[in-house]
Design a protein around this ligand. Structure first.
Ligand code: NAG
Ligand code: NAG
Ligand code: NAG
Ligand code: NAG
Length: 495
């Protein structure tokens, strides 16, 4: 029988089929056990390194949680924490990962892992990526790579994605989203833009990007810098008098004060809000040794306020050790952005008690189980590192959002409305300024029959959403509400 075109096509399909079978999910990456967890994994977990620059040995670490629902249909989401310099294990351990980490009985003991009923892996395949090299478990054989910035980070993360999908080709046809919070307000749109340029240029494999989401994200020097004063006034943290005075003196320009009178009014604003927890104005401010006292404290707050800050998390949110990490009125500007440890001139991560993550991720058996290099190679794991020197070289994100949304990519800009680090007032103002027509007018959205926040939908699939009573890291403070809006948005349902 002669070969005809049809049998040839069948043969080719068969070869491709085998290739895909052989090359699906690298076996060595499968995680088979985790110290601290003695239950059954609800889905497959994989982890390892992807080399983004062979000559330098520049390697990015990922932890991939397969969806617990329908892996082949559910979207793939890349998750990025910010900093710059903070590891995406922050999201894995404290926010929307598959486990809740219960602190060890004594300091330094390994935590116990319980299943997280609000894990984002309930509805999506999710990749936690440590980026750029130097952060978390990611590292480079050449230390010059630790001098980096927005554009280099986006380009390396794009290379990572192309190589990652080559390792996991069975996920190439799933919808793909990029998500992150805080400084990832820069990482997410710059990376999405790189991905789209690659798609336009026909770079293989073809990524199936559909959209992106940013939580309490850094966006624009002016919008973010002007957000604090109206936030402080709206939250009842400064008086009407001071608000009127600061408006009159500064003429709405708080991010770059040009007169001494404006400066001195802003200094009064700072005085009023200085003692608050910048990540959640409802949470008490922890100062190291006083932590025990404050844990039972909170009593100055009226009970309605305390309820607002309550969470359904099985475990308490992280203790914040100091009032704040980021100086007030210091929006991210072009140029070198100090990492948090550099800012505080201290080795320990500021404001955050990261004992649970730090003890677990620096344990030799844990590192072995998740295929992370040992300390001698990749360094010790820190929630936020000062190993990198980081240059904010991509400017304002607004032009990126305009480009991406006008091309049909969906964008969800969400904001915990009690965060004072990147206050919702800035995100609300810049999304409004983009000038899209309102298609879903400001309204409450609900979770389990209660108002969980507010939403405003714009044309071009741009959505702004608040989470009522939540601090900076939304899924940590409001895990049920977060899973609700996350799954509705991914499924293109009304939130
Ligand atoms: C896991 O360990 C906990 C605490 O030691 C114990 O209560 C539980 O029964 C164990 N579960 C399994 C599945 O072995
Ligand atoms: C590190 O990379 C830089 C820039 O490519 C190069 O000039 C330098 O020689 C490299 N250093 C080492 C030790 O390989
Ligand atoms: C978006 O960016 C791409 C790549 O630079 C460019 O070709 C395109 O014209 C831009 N589109 C819009 C609407 O700005
Ligand atoms: C909004 O998103 C949907 C689903 O991806 C898409 O079909 C539609 O074209 C988008 N709309 C606009 C205006 O880009």
């Amino acid at each position: 029988m002669a070969w005809n075109n049809h049998s040839f096509q069948i043969l080719i399909s068969y070869i491709i089929f085998c290739f895909v079978l052989i090359h699906s999910a690298p076996q060595g990456a499968l995680i088979t056990q985790l110290p601290g967890f003695n239950g059954t994994f609800p889905s497959k977990h994989y982890s390892g390194y992807v080399t983004v620059d062979e000559s330098h040995g520049k390697k990015l670490f990922y932890y991939f949680v397969v969806s617990e629902r329908n892996p082949s249909e559910d979207p793939v989401v890349l998750w990025l924490n910010g900093g710059p310099g903070c590891s995406s294990f922050d999201g894995f351990v404290y926010e929307h990962g598959p486990f809740n980490f219960e602190a060890g009985k004594t300091y330094g003991n390994l935590p116990q892992l319980h299943l997280n009923p609000y894990s984002w892996s309930k509805v999506s395949n999710i990749i936690y990526l440590d980026s750029p090299a130097g952060v978390g478990f990611s590292y480079s054989g050449n230390e010059s790579d630790y001098i980096t910035g927005d554009l280099m980070t986006a380009s390396d993360s794009h290379t990572f994605l192309l190589k990652w999908f080559e390792l996991y080709p069975e996920f190439l046809s799933n919808s793909f989203f990029i998500a992150g919070e805080s400084y990832a307000g820069i990482y997410v749109p710059t990376l999405a833009y790189e991905v789209v340029k690659g798609m336009d240029a026909g770079v293989k494999p073809t990524l199936n990007l559909k959209g992106y989401m940013v939580g309490n994200g850094v966006t624009d020097e002016e919008f973010d810098g002007n957000a604090l004063v109206p936030f402080a006034h709206g939250m009842g943290l400064i008086s009407d008098d001071l608000f009127e005075e600061v408006m009159a003196e500064c003429q709405g320009n708080y991010y770059n004060p040009t007169s001494n009178n404006c400066e001195s009014k802003l200094a009064k604003v700072d005085e009023d809000i200085n003692g608050l927890n910048i990540y959640d104005i409802l949470e008490p401010c922890y100062h190291g040794t006083e932590m025990g006292e404050i844990l039972t404290g909170n009593m100055m707050l009226p009970s309605s306020f305390r309820k607002l800050g309550q969470t359904e998390r099985a475990l308490p949110v992280r203790k914040r050790m100091f009032g704040r990490a980021w100086p007030l009125r210091a929006p991210v500007r072009d140029g070198i952005v100090p990492t948090w440890p550099q800012l505080l001139k201290s080795d320990t991560a500021p404001c955050i008690d990261d004992e649970v993550a730090t003890s677990w991720l620096n344990n030799e058996a844990v590192r072995k189980a998740i295929h992370a290099e040992q300390e001698s190679v990749a360094g010790s794991w820190e929630s936020c590192t000062d190993r990198i020197s980081y240059n904010h070289d991509a400017g304002s994100m607004i032009k990126y959002h305009l480009n991406l949304t006008s091309r049909g990519f969906r964008a969800l800009i969400f904001s915990g409305d009690h965060d004072m680090c990147v206050p919702y007032t800035g995100s609300e103002a810049w999304t409004r300024s983009v000038g899209c027509e309102i298609v879903d007018e400001w309204r409450p959205w609900t979770s389990s029959g209660q108002v969980a926040g507010y939403i405003q939908g714009y044309a071009n699939n741009l959505t702004f959403l608040t989470i009522k009573g939540s601090g900076h890291t939304v899924p940590e403070y409001k895990p049920r509400e977060a899973l609700d809006f996350y799954s509705r948005w991914l499924a293109e349902k009304t939130i």
